[in-house]
Design a protein around this ligand. Structure first.
Ligand code: NAD
Length: 362
C-alpha cells in the first residue's frame, strides 16, 4: 500500500460484516487513510456491502481466516499496518446457542492468533513506529451480563458476567487483549458497544428480520413478551466513534459506546410496524402489527443491557448524531430501497462472488 506519512494503514478484520463495512466506508469516504480488509467471508461476510468504495486505490481486501497464523504473518509483513481494528467474530447469539464451537474458534482462538501475529510484528518495528502502533479490539456490552432489577448502567468498570456462548467468547477475547497489553506491553484499546442497527445488517438480526418479514407478510417472531430492553446505536455513529478511538483514544483504556436509547424489543417492533404502515401500507388494509407472533423465549436471555457512554463523550467528544427515531426511519427507508441487496442474501447469490475470489485490492 503506497501512502504518505500522514496516512494511516489500517488493518480491519471482519470488514465485510455489518459494522466492519460501515467502518471501512466511513474511513475511505471521510479520511485519506488506507484500509486493508481481512475477512474470511463466512455467511455473514458480504462484499456487496463495500460496493461504494471498492474502486478506491486506498482499499485492499484479503480473504483470510484470522485463525491462520502464517497468512496473518504474511499480511503484516506485506502491508505494514500502523493500526489494527479487530471486528472479525461470530456475532449472532442464537447461532452461538446452537453451534458454540465456531464462536470459541473465531472469537477466542482467532483473537489470540491475531494478537500473537500483531505482537511479533510490533516487536520488530522501529521505536517511533512501535510507539504509534495501536491494536483496537471491538467488543460488546453483552460481556457485562444482565442489568435486570436495577436502574444502573454498564460503565467501563462493571464486572464481567456473560450469559451466552457468544458473550462468554467475546468476554474471553477482551481478557486476552488486556492480558497482551499488561504482559507484553502491546498497545491495545478495547471498546464495548450496545446493539447496532442500520444499513447493510444481515437479515437474521432483529430489525432487518422484522422489516423483511413484514414486507413478505410473514409472522414477526418475538421472544416471550418482548420485554427485553436493549440500548440501540445507529451503526454509522458507531463507525465514527471507532475512528475517534483509533485517532484520539488512549492506549490501555476501555471506552463504552452507546446510543442513550433504551427500548423494549416489542416497542422496537411496534415502531417498525408503524413506519411501514405509513411508507408502504399492506394491501389488505390491516396494520403490520397484526403479524406479531410471540414465540418461546431464548434460554438464558438477558433482560436488560444499558450503556453509560459518558467517558467517550467527555474524553473524546463523541456522541451519537442519530436518535432512535431518526435512525430507524433511515434504516427502514434504506431496506425499502435496497431490496435487491436483501434478495441476493436470501437466495444465496451474494456468496457466489467469493467462489472465484482472486482480487487483492480495488
Ligand atoms: P457480523 O457477523 O456482521 O460480521 C462479522 C464479520 O467477520 C463477517 O464479515 C465475517 O465474514 C467475518 N469473520 C467471521 N469469522 C472470521 C474469521 N475466522 N476470520 C476472518 N473473518 C471472519 O458482525 P458485526 O455485527 O459487524 O459485529 C462486528 C464486531 O462488533 C463483532 O466483534 C461483534 O462482537 C461486535 N459488536 C457487534 C454489535 C452488534 O450489534 N452487531 C454490537 C457490539 C459489538
Amino acid at each position: 500500500m503506497e501512502l504518505n506519512k500522514e496516512q494511516l494503514k489500517i488493518l480491519v478484520t471482519g470488514g465485510a460484516g455489518f459494522i466492519g463495512s460501515a467502518v471501512i466506508r466511513y474511513i475511505i469516504q471521510n479520511t485519506q487513510h488506507g484500509v486493508l480488509n481481512v475477512d474470511k467471508l463466512t455467511y455473514a461476510g458480504n462484499l456487496e456491502s463495500l460496493t461504494d468504495i471498492k474502486q478506491s486505490t486506498r482499499y485492499y481486501f484479503e480473504c483470510v481466516d484470522i485463525c491462520n497464523r502464517s497468512a496473518l504473518d504474511r499480511i503484516f509483513n506485506q502491508y505494514q499496518p500502523n493500526v489494527i481494528m479487530h471486528l472479525a467474530a461470530e456475532s449472532h447469539v442464537d447461532r452461538s446457542i446452537d453451534t458454540p464451537a465456531d464462536f470459541m474458534q473465531t472469537n477466542i482462538i482467532g483473537t489470540y492468533t491475531l494478537l500473537e501475529a500483531a505482537r511479533k510484528y510490533w516487536l520488530n518495528l522501529t521505536e517511533d513506529k512501535k510507539q504509534h502502533f495501536k491494536f483496537h479490539h471491538i467488543s460488546t456490552d453483552e460481556v457485562y451480563g444482565d442489568l435486570h432489577g436495577t436502574s444502573k448502567l454498564f460503565t467501563e468498570t462493571t464486572p464481567y458476567a456473560p450469559s451466552s456462548p457468544y458473550s462468554a467468547s467475546k468476554a474471553s477475547s477482551d481478557h486476552l487483549v488486556r492480558a497482551w497489553q499488561r504482559t507484553y506491553g502491546l498497545p491495545t484499546i478495547v471498546t464495548n458497544c450496545s446493539n447496532n442497527y442500520g444499513c447493510y445488517q444481515f437479515p437474521e438480526k432483529l430489525i432487518p428480520l422484522m422489516i423483511l418479514n413484514a414486507l413478505e407478510e410473514k409472522p414477526l417472531p418475538i421472544y416471550g413478551k418482548g420485554e427485553q430492553i436493549r440500548d440501540w446505536l445507529f451503526v454509522e455513529d458507531h463507525a465514527r466513534a471507532l475512528y475517534q478511538v483509533i485517532t484520539q483514544g488512549k492506549v490501555g483504556e476501555t471506552y463504552n459506546i452507546g446510543g442513550y436509547s433504551e427500548k423494549k424489543n416489542i416497542d422496537v417492533v411496534l415502531m417498525i410496524c408503524q413506519i411501514l404502515d405509513q411508507l408502504l401500507p399492506r394491501k389488505n388494509g390491516q396494520p403490520y402489527h397484526n403479524l406479531i407472533a410471540h414465540v418461546e423465549d431464548r434460554p438464558g436471555h438477558d433482560k436488560r443491557y444499558a450503556i453509560d457512554a459518558a467517558k467517550i463523550t467527555k474524553e473524546l467528544g463523541w456522541k451519537p448524531q442519530e436518535t432512535f427515531e431518526t435512525g430507524i426511519y433511515k434504516t427502514i427507508q434504506w431496506y425499502l430501497n435496497h431490496l435487491d441487496w436483501c434478495k441476493r442474501i436470501q437466495d444465496g447469490s451474494y456468496q457466489r462472488e467469493r467462489l472465484g475470489l482472486t482480487y487483492h485490492g480495488n
